[in-house]
Design a protein around this ligand. Structure first.
Ligand SMILES: CC(C)[C@H](C(=O)O)[C@@H](O)C(=O)O
Ligand code: SF4
Length: 461
């Protein structure tokens, strides 16, 4: 019987089938951040247990860190979570990429960058966007705080029954000004915000094979936004070249790399008939996408009008977003442009945005900010002169962190302010109370900052 990439990684990590349909899985890498770990460490302490594999556990601070140079307010909840992680890592011997340190960054950006994320591994983190790491052909998913404690203590996860598999075949070629972000928004728009609930998704096909790792990471990142348990892409030569290049201190080297690469080449779905469900999408005619509502499925092409609401949920979304059907998306002015988040803050995202920005200026009255996904991305961008491009155009240049992806760290919108944001969730209040978020790609965000309203990057030329 043909099997899927997901089957292969699952089977290789199955320790035991549990009575009642669950499974005990061995976990290769456990990523930890300050928001979902404090109670887990408290639990270990109370039980008098150590962290079983501190060498396979990696911690960073991202959600709560100030990105604009403000000092950390130690009396705030953010300050307390940051301090707790530092204490816990010291006590339990877990390596921490702390605030101000060179390896610090958003957990889903530093995993791949440091060579922690590799093909065929199981990777968990107390964070829903752990699906990001599936871009390497890893089985990666978010877990709750109780499970974080279980993984810390045992290096295994009690998973519920094995999810079904959904293959999404993506044909065609992305046009200029259209990116992986537009592709994943189009997929979510087609399948719906719950369209992949209960599935592990594998993206494959010609359009995926042509994508660099940065785009594959963007796609797997947002799998969770259609309810998927995980997103995966089979490792190929692009994946292996990414792991081999650059400064990746935790990536295998020499003989070890050769072994890993040989294993990675076996990690593919034997035949699409192995999927429980199959969907296809063609991207030849895909246009830049913009969300208009409060889920990532409420999306239109940039040259389409705001749609008529089809149900009470869409009506509520329109009201919250302060929008009327029929208004052209392109005519909608924005207050803020945010280029950042684990979806779109890698060096490639910044390069693409800078290419659009170069020689232009941010529109009057618009606040535009770039928040690199890691301190390493920030350093690289500075070395390449991207910082100057953004600063000269009137953008703010920040330190690494989750920043305005969610309102936990001081980077927020004021009530009723509208943003073009490269993040992944346009939920009510996500970027601050009353905030109105529209998801876009980095190049669309850059063009929008310059135009002052939603704009197609191809119009700027
Ligand atoms: C804080 C954390 C638990 C949360 C998540 O799980 O996704 C956050 O990263 C988010 O994006 O909303
Ligand atoms: S950048 Fe946003 S989506 Fe990603 S981990 Fe941080 S808060 Fe969650």
């Amino acid at each position: 019987m043909p099997s899927t990439l997901f089957d292969k990684v699952w089977d290789a990590h199955l320790v035991a089938e549990l009575p009642g349909g669950g499974a005990l899985l061995y976990i290769d890498r456990h990523l930890v951040h300050e928001v979902t770990s404090p109670q887990a460490f408290d639990g270990l302490r109370e039980a008098g247990r150590p962290v079983r594999r501190p060498d396979l556990t990696f911690a960073t601070v991202d959600h709560n860190v100030p990105t604009d140079g403000r000092p950390i307010d130690e009396s705030s909840l953010s300050g307390k979570q940051l301090a707790a992680l530092a204490r816990n890592c010291l006590e339990f011997g877990v390596p921490l990429f702390g605030y101000g340190e060179e390896k610090q960054g958003i957990v889903h950006v530093i995993g791949p960058q440091l060579g922690i994320t590799l093909p065929g591994l199981t990777i968990v983190c107390g964070d829903s966007h752990t699906s990001t790491h599936g871009a390497f052909g890893a089985l990666a998913f978010g877990i709750g705080t109780t499970e974080v404690e279980h993984v810390l203590a045992t290096q295994t996860l009690r998973a519920s029954s094995k999810p079904k598999s959904l293959g999404i075949r993506i044909d065609g070629t992305l046009g200029e000004g259209v990116s992986a972000k537009d592709l994943i928004l189009a997929i979510i728009r087609k399948l719906g915000a719950g369209g992949a609930t209960g599935y592990v998704v594998e993206y494959f096909g010609p359009a995926i094979e042509k994508l660099p790792m940065s785009g594959r990471l963007t796609i797997c990142n947002m799998s969770i936004e259609m309810g998927a348990r995980a997103g995966m892409i089979a490792p190929d030569e692009t994946t292996l070249a990414y792991i081999a290049e650059g400064d990746r201190p935790f990536a295998p080297k020499g003989e070890e790399f050769v072994r890993m690469a040989a294993h990675a080449r076996t990690l593919r779905t034997d035949d699409p008939t192995a999927f429980d469900r199959l969907e296809t999408i063609d991207v030849d005619a895909l246009k830049p996408q913009v969300t208009w509502g409060t889920t990532p499925a409420m999306t239109v092409d940039i040259d389409q009008p705001i749609p008529e609401p089809r149900d009470a949920g869409e009506e509520r979304a329109l009201k919250y977003m302060g929008l009327k059907p029929g208004v052209s998306m392109r005519d909608l002015p924005v207050n803020t442009v945010f280029i950042g988040s684990c979806t779109n803050s890698r060096i490639e995202d910044l390069r693409e945005a800078a290419r659009v920005v170069r020689g232009h200026h941010v529109a009057a009255g618009v606040r535009a900010m770039v928040v690199p996904g890691s301190e390493e991305v920030k350093r690289l961008a500075e070395r390449e002169g991207l910082r100057e491009v953004f600063i000269e155009a009137g953008f703010e240049w920040h330190r690494a962190g989750c920043s305005m992806c969610l309102g936990m760290n001081g980077d927020i919108l004021r009530p009723n302010e509208r943003s073009a944001s490269t993040s992944n969730r346009p939920y009510e209040g996500r970027q601050g109370p009353g905030s109105r978020t529209h998801l876009v790609s980095p190049v669309t965000a850059a063009a929008t900052a310059i135009a002052g309203h939603f704009a197609d990057s191809r119009d700027l030329k």
